[in-house]
Design a protein around this ligand. Structure first.
Ligand code: UD1
Ligand code: UDP
Length: 361
């Protein structure tokens, strides 16, 4: 019997872990212990994903969220260590680049429990991003590094990580998109609920700290979207971080000019993405999903970790420093454009590869 302890905590991790958990749990000789740090805790940021993606109830819910980076990471580290000392798993499995990822990896590494990192090797080369710190540190204390792309693998090799620890597996989010995409078509009523016409609206998401915590950038983004909304409806499921900043900065009147909704579940999000005319986002996951569904994407950042999307023309970087008119012009210009077709993220078998490598199958 192999015991694998998975640490998740934030929205994108539920989606990534759902894809891997499903194939892990299909093997009778595996016991997966699921730890939810509590980093994301609202029902529409957490519970909805467990229900829709049929993720089993966490074995441990640590209830740690809402603090600063130091508070969250420190409290998670202490609580995860306690769980690890009790469970003594064969592997600790972590995903992506959040504070939960780093806390899980660090707690395990200090106890000499092997760590496997899914979505290893991504780099923005911008150390001001909390995620970049989490990625670099996690990769350097992981025993198995599962890279989604060739670029990610090259980044790891350049940092001197031993090639025998690195495995190019593809992207587990693509696995999830393939598996749940059909389910979304069957179950989601979101277009009808919001009165949207397929290919008749723009989908936007904004939650990155560099955009929400800088009043001028947040204002520019919202003003640009509000201007575009006068021509094409802009739907924006609002991340709780963004909602709080908008309220604190007195920008609610701008948000109210858009079709602003609470965060939506994954199946509704997939439908919103598939049917959008264009996506404007600062999310990592949403950039890729735009490509999966062949929707042009504008990334409201200076750089991206998913550089291949930019190279193929599916994604255009648009720094909020360009100002309101700059963003509006780029959105208008990109409506109706297409990138070059390519297979960038595997064949939907990333989760199976992760499992097989973990279990030496
Ligand atoms: C985190 C990740 C980010 C990821 C994002 C996915 C880090 C450093 N950042 O950012 O990489 O892209 O999740 O969505 O780990 N909040 C709520 N309810 C919730 C969750 C958050 O109100 O359910 C509010 C709280 O005020 C919290 C703030 O949002 O303090 C920020 O949450 P946090 O998890 O620290 O960072 P995210 O911005 O969500
Ligand atoms: N997502 C969702 N509902 C929303 C916004 C996003 O289900 O209201 C999904 C989205 O489809 C993607 C993932 O959440 O699969 C991306 O998470 P997020 O943007 O929070 O984080 P990032 O990928 O930037 O780390």
């Amino acid at each position: 019997m192999r015991k694998i302890l998975t640490v998740v905590g934030a929205r994108p991790q539920f989606i990534k872990a759902a894809a891997v958990s499903r194939v892990l749990r299909a093997i009778p000789a595996v016991r997966e212990v699921l730890v939810h740090t509590g980093q994301h805790y609202d029902d529409n940021m957490s519970r909805v994903f467990f229900e829709e993606l049929e993720i089993p109830e966490p074995d441990y819910h640590l209830g740690i969220g809402g603090g600063t980076h130091g508070q969250n990471t420190g409290r998670m580290l202490e609580a995860i260590e306690r769980v690890l000392l009790g469970e003594r798993p064969d592997w600790v499995l972590v995903y992506g680049d959040t504070d939960s990822t780093l806390a899980g990896a660090l707690a395990a590494a200090k106890l000499h429990i092997p760590v496997a990192h899914v979505e290893a090797g991504l780099r923005s080369f911008n150390r001001r991003m909390p995620e970049e710190i989490n990625r670099v540190l996690t990769d350097h204390i992981s025993d198995l590094l599962f890279g989604p792309t060739e670029t990610a693998v090259q980044n790891l090799l350049r940092e001197g990580i031993s090639p025998d620890r690195i495995h190019l597996v593809g992207d587990v989010m693509y696995d999830a998109a393939l598996y749940y995409g059909e389910k979304a078509e069957k179950h989601s009523q979101i277009l009808r609920r919001l009165g949207l016409v397929p290919k008749g609206y723009i989908l936007a998401t904004v939650h990155r700290a560099e955009n929400t915590d800088d009043p001028s950038r947040l204002r520019v983004i919202l003003e640009a979207l509000a201007q575009v909304h006068r021509e094409v409806p802009v739907v924006i499921p609002v991340h709780p971080r963004t909602r709080k900043r908008v309220e604190a900065l007195g920008l609610l009147s701008l948000l109210e000019q858009l079709l602003a909704v609470e965060p939506v579940g994954y199946l509704d999000m997939v439908m919103l993405e598939k049917n959008a005319q264009l996506i404007a986002t600062d999310s990592g996951g949403v950039q890729k999903e735009a490509f999966f569904y062949e929707v042009p994407c504008i990334t409201l950042r200076e750089e991206t970790e998913w550089v291949e999307l930019v190279e193929l023309g599916w994604n255009k970087l648009c720094s909020p420093e360009r100002g309101v008119e700059g963003i509006v012009a780029m959105i208008r210009h990109s409506l109706g454009t297409r990138g070059r077709p390519a297979r960038l993220y595997g064949e939907g078998k990333a989760a199976i590869r992760v499992r097989n490598r973990l279990l030496d199958l």
